[in-house]
Design a protein around this ligand. Structure first.
Ligand code: LR7
Ligand code: MN
Length: 767
């Protein structure tokens, strides 16, 4: 009765809640038991496999990124039947129409050429001004200041602007700068008749050479005095200089000085693909190895040929400070081909504002070719700005660059390879960045000059230099979400984790403050990694500047000899870089195929004390900081796998207690069961590593030593039936097998079916 009383009214509700809670609690406990019991046995195995699959997928994605690792422009050109160079002209039908018109007027419509070059609308004015056929032009001499006639940003706009203001002249800031830097000038005004317009080009004589200024966008530009090249957040302020000078700005100079008239029919003119007649093929082949590119064809191309202005459209409107620092351009070379060396030098002389070009230093790294001696001296003697330095023995490009830097008089050093063509307006945007912050190290966009037909190819926008393990340089697109999030324009500087190496400007004082290059690096290779890590980790920045573009001949092979073995030289350089800069991440370098470098008997990487001291002295950040802040999308797990080591046959996990190994019921909470599978392929528990003991067919526990081959075990190195085994590297065919009695491990002949030889880590981070 009493019970019934309590179950009346609200008591009934309370009782119901009470009973329900008890049922719920019982379910919960059952679930808990299930989850506890799955720690050991078959269910753990399944979980491990699931985890492994997940990490396998992740690491496969990392190992085989969708994008190939070649230069973006090469990729475009090499694709069979490729019709359109990527990422340039996206303006739909209108863009296509303008492009067709351009091709017609620029004689670029050759079907084979369209494979490589995709012009953008903004190129129109520059090309027409610069290179238009001269037959309809009337030339008259005028002793006047430099007048710059505006075009526009597209062919269309150019037509309208010129039509509506046919005679307007704008005397820009450019004039003043040019006038400051030149004494006597003779000006010619040339009118080129183009299909719909008259475009005037002013030709000037400066120190005996013709100057053509083909600025497309000067009209009105002087009114908006705001440097357009700047990164949006950075505004106009200079960083790292004591006094912020008040300075005017001018529109970037689209200078192109050349012997006029330029022969429009010349081979390779305007960066076009040049074709060699069939009967000349044997000649091409014969001369190929002189430079590992088409040396024969290169000789036929004018040393001062025009190339298409491939800058993003807005670049021609960029504003540049009037008081930029001057630069020494340094070319190092060894046995460089005559025509390409000259074309490199001419491209700098012809397309750099004279007031900013302090000098060109040619560092001859003990070349063996005769033409690079007196003949080169004689040729260069016509150009007072060119100096030649000859090294008395072969130093390699790193020490050759240092020799150039040591004598340079400019405030900024600009390094270039000796087979390049600097494009219109290439220099000012680089120097502008150094001017804004002396710790910025700007690189031009490196475009591709074909090694086969010497055509000039533009490259994708938004590319940056990166590395993959083991410190292999490559190009990779800036992630799309980053572009979107930062609202990046195609003219904005691109932060670049690693520079390609050959083409960059750097404040001279800053270069030496950073300790320049490690002079212990030999001949070629790795110095780009070294300087990149050094710059980023010690307070600087590397940027790619889309408004500065330089073509480079990419060669299949180095055309010069290495004093020692090429591979060994590069490996040694990289090991020096890894030892000084990578901290604990150097394991990833060695673990990707370079473990042999850890053996001091095999390779002597030289003394690193000075480099390590330098890093301390500069108070540089850690490599971890670099990965987190500069290259966060890099996959860099410190070990290949870790967690429990589960034996499939025993269904138990390996445990290390008081220096002995045993098997226990798997338990993630027990530290004694936690092992790492390292990049050195060690099975490691804290400081101890497992090694085979061959005589007793057993194992030994040793202090880990990354140089010791015997501590290396292959595991998951292939997808063969042996993938889950631990097979010893020093004794192929022998595997670790788990057993319960006596010694926990024995060394047995590998057997793909033996479950006691199959092992699983809890987590896999890399294959
Ligand atoms: O012993 C040498 N002495 C030299 O003076 C070896 C080379 N050199 C000169 C050589 O004549 C050339 O002018 O150094 C320059 C660079 O040598 P390349 O052209 O053989 O090098 P590369 O273009 O194949 O290689 C790239 O990586 C190198 C790694 O050490 C250098 O950093 C190169 O400067 C660099 N080139 C570029 O960055 C251009 C773009 C390539 C890409 C990607
Ligand atoms: Mn090169």
């Amino acid at each position: 009765m009493k019970v019934r009383k309590y179950l009346r009214g609200s008591g009934r509700v309370l009782a119901f809640v009470f009973v329900a809670s008890i049922i719920w609690l019982l379910f919960d406990m059952a679930a808990l038991r299930i989850s506890l019991s799955d720690v050991s046995g078959q269910q753990l195995k399944e979980r491990l496999i699931r985890e492994r699959e997940f990490y396998k997928k992740q690491s496969m994605q990392a190992l085989h990124p969708r994008r190939s690792f070649t230069h973006p422009a090469r990729r475009a050109a090499d694709l069979p039947g490729h019709q359109k160079a990527p990422g340039r002209l996206n303006d739909g039908d209108e863009g296509q129409r303008v492009k067709d018109e351009l091709r017609k007027s620029l004689h670029l419509a050759k079907s084979n050429h369209s494979k490589f070059v995709d012009l953008k609308p903004g190129d129109a004015a520059a090309h027409e001004n610069d290179n238009a056929p001269k037959q309809n032009s009337s030339v008259k001499k005028e002793a006047v200041n430099l007048y710059i006639y505006t075009g526009g940003t597209t062919a269309q706009k150019a037509v309208h602007k010129v039509d509506s203001k046919p005679n307007e002249k704008v005397k820009g800031v450019e004039d003043e700068i040019l006038l400051k830097s030149t004494e006597s000038r003779l000006t010619q005004t040339t009118t080129h008749r183009l299909p719909n317009q008259d475009v005037k080009v002013v030709n000037e004589k400066v120190a005996g050479m013709q100057v053509k200024v083909t600025d497309k966008n000067v009209l009105g530009a002087n009114k908006q005095l705001k440097p357009a090249v700047n990164h949006p957040a950075e505004g106009n302020a200079r960083v790292g200089t004591l006094a912020v000078k008040k300075s005017g700005v001018h529109t970037v100079l689209s200078l192109d000085v050349t012997n006029s008239p330029r022969d429009p029919k010349a081979v390779g003119q305007f960066g076009q693909a040049a074709v060699v007649a069939v009967h000349e093929n044997s000649e091409v082949e014969k001369r190929w190895n002189e430079g590992h590119f088409n040396v024969y064809l290169s000789e036929k191309i004018p040393v001062d040929r025009a190339i298409p202005d491939t800058r993003p459209r807005k670049c021609a409107q960029s504003l540049i400070h009037d008081d930029l620092p001057s630069t020494s351009v340094i070319f190092c070379f060894v046995d460089e081909v005559w025509s390409t060396l000259l074309r490199s030098v001419h491209s700098v002389l012809n397309r750099s504002p004279p007031n900013l070009l302090k000098e060109i230093i040619l560092v001859d790294d003990f070349s063996t070719k005769d033409y690079l001696k007196k003949q080169l001296d004689d040729y260069m003697s016509q150009f007072p700005k060119v100096r030649i330095i000859r090294l008395k023995e072969r130093q390699g490009l790193i020490r050759a660059r240092l020799a150039g830097a040591a004598v340079a008089k400019g405030e900024v050093l600009t390094f270039l390879d000796s087979h390049v063509e600097c494009n219109v307006g290439w220099l000012e945007p680089l120097l502008e960045r150094v001017y804004l912050d002396r710790k910025k190290v700007p690189c031009p966009v490196i475009e591709v000059i074909s090694d086969k037909d010497l055509s000039y190819m533009l490259v994708d926008n938004f590319q940056r230099g990166i590395f993959k393990w083991p410190l292999v340089f490559g190009w990779s697109p800036v992630p799309a979400d980053y572009i979107k999030k930062n609202n990046m324009k195609d003219t904005d500087p691109i932060k670049c984790p690693v520079m390609a190496g050959g083409l960059f400007s750097i404040d001279k004082k800053y270069f030496f403050e950073l300790g320049s290059y490690d002079p212990g690096l030999d001949v070629w290779g790795g110095e780009n990694m070294e300087i990149s890590f050094k710059i980023w980790m010690c307070g600087g920045e590397i940027e790619i500047i889309p408004c500065s573009r330089v073509g480079h001949i990419f060669r299949g092979q180095n055309p010069y000899k290495f004093p020692k073995n090429r591979q060994k030289t590069v490996e040694r350089n990289l090991a020096r870089v890894a030892e000084v800069w990578l901290d604990e991440y150097k394991d990833l370098f060695y673990g990707h195929g370079y473990t042999h470098l850890l053996n001091k008997k095999v390779i002597d990487i030289g003394n690193l004390t000075e480099q390590i001291e330098l890093r301390k002295h500069l108070k540089c950040q850690s490599f971890r900081w670099y990965l987190d802040n500069v290259y966060p999308d890099m996959n860099a797990p410190l070990v290949k796998a870790d967690g429990l080591v589960y034996n499939r046959g025993l269904r138990k996990c390996l445990a290390l207690q008081r220096d002995s190994l045993s098997f226990e019921t798997c338990d993630l909470s027990k530290q004694s069961q936690h092992f790492n599978y390292t990049w050195m392929r060690n099975i490691r528990h804290r400081e101890l590593c497992i090694a085979p003991q061959v005589q007793s067919n057993s194992f030994a526990l040793q202090l880990c030593d990354s140089a010791k081959n015997e501590q290396r075990w292959l595991h998951k190195s292939s997808i063969s039936p042996m993938a889950e085994h631990f097979s010893t590297e020093i004794l192929r065919g022998m595997c670790l097998e788990g057993k319960l009695e006596g010694q926990a491990l024995q060394l047995r002949a590998c057997d793909s079916n033996n479950l006691f030889q199959k092992w699983q880590f809890t987590h896999y981070y890399a294959q």
